[in-house]
Each structure stands twice: as C-alpha cells, then as structure tokens.
Write a protein that binds this ligand. Sequence first.
Ligand code: FMN
Length: 208
Amino acid sequence: MKYDGNLGYKGAVTPLQRIMLARRSVRRYEEGGVMADHVKALLETHGAFCRKMGFSASRIYIEHEKRDRDRVMAAACSGLAGKGNPWLPITKAQAVMVLACETASAPVIGDRKVALAQAAMAMEAVLLKATELGLGTCWLAAINHAAIEKALMLPAGTYAIAMSTLGKPAQGISILSWDGMTYHLLSKKRKSLSQILFNDRLDNGYNR
Ligand SMILES: Cc1cc2nc3c(=O)[nH]c(=O)nc-3n(C[C@H](O)[C@H](O)[C@H](O)COP(=O)(O)O)c2cc1C
C-alpha cells in the first residue's frame, strides 16, 4: 500500500495505517531476532483478533526453536509442491508461522465456507503485529501443505492454508536479490490505502 496523502483521522495518519504502509514482504533475513515474548505477543494478537471478530476456525502455529522451525521448513519445501520458492530452503529467517483452518467449526454463509477468508484476516493481523515488533514476514502459499500438516501433527479436519517466515529483516535491499526484484515488480506497485480502505461497506470510502 502507498500513502497518497489522502488518508488519516483529522489530518493524521493513524498508527495502524502507519504499520500497513510500512509492511512489505521480506525475503532476506539476518539470523535471530525472534524472542519468546514476540511469539507470545503474536499468538495473543491472533487470539484477540479472532475473539473480537467472532472467528472460530483459524489456528496459528509459530515455531522459533531451531529444531522445530527446521522440521516445519523442511516439510514446507519438500516434494514438487514445495519447490515454488527457491529462496526459502536457504532463508536465515529464525521462525516460521503456519496458518491453519479447522473446518468443522467453520461458519457457512450462503453456500460458502468463510473460514478461509477469516483465517486469512487473522493472519494479516498477526503479520501487522510482527511489523510493529520490527520483524519481517512473507506470505507463502507455494509450499507443501500436506507435509506441513504431518510435521505439525494437525488434528483431522484441520488444514494448513499458508505460511510465513518470521525474522529479522536484512538491512538494505539489493536489486539483484529475490527481495529486490519482488519489491520493484510488486510491492512498489501497490494501490494506495484510500483505494482499498472502506468503512463497513464497499460504497463507503474511508475518507468520505
Ligand atoms: C496468499 C498469498 C500467498 C503468497 N505466496 C507467496 C509465495 O509462495 N512466495 C513468495 O515469495 N511470496 C508469496 N506471497 C507474497 C506476494 O508475492 C507479495 O504479497 C507480493 O510480492 C506483494 O509484496 P508486498 O507484500 O511487499 O506488498 C504471497 C502473498 C499472498 C497474499
């Protein structure tokens, strides 16, 4: 998202908007940086968001201890399904977060299960909290979902949806890196916040 000078509350960009503007996908990390307190804060964010929104099906698993992190990462990158992210097996990101969905408790609206959308919203709240804590994240869907479910021993009916790296962002972005290329090709072309924020209804633009 970009700031187009057309947002804010009474002329100021809100703290949440500031975090939304600051967040970008990070694919180059330094070692370390993820403390137990960070993990606690992220899990609390997920719980508080789901409680507030009345979401029951979203689950999040954060692995920051090396052995557990490596096991989930190896599963994510295994098989043909796990080969979509050449940078992932060698990332220095200290931790991984897995988003899962418990379909038995998933609400149905009309003929659609909305659990997936709800879980994605909950994950985005966690990613914004990570940004606030100074940590880098990157949504990952090109992963081996079935292998992750096995590695985490998810109960029957609970499915891995997506993953994110979590770690200390490396300083500076070289244009010749995955991070640099995706930043220039994708992140820089974001829509502005005022194009995508609405008050409750899609016909009610944020600043109207
Ligand atoms: C559902 C979803 C899945 C994604 N999967 C991947 C992925 O497998 N690998 C990757 O490098 N980026 C992945 N991304 C990140 C997008 O490429 C990223 O959002 C895009 O580059 C825009 O960059 P930004 O997040 O910095 O704005 C995914 C994003 C979303 C929302």
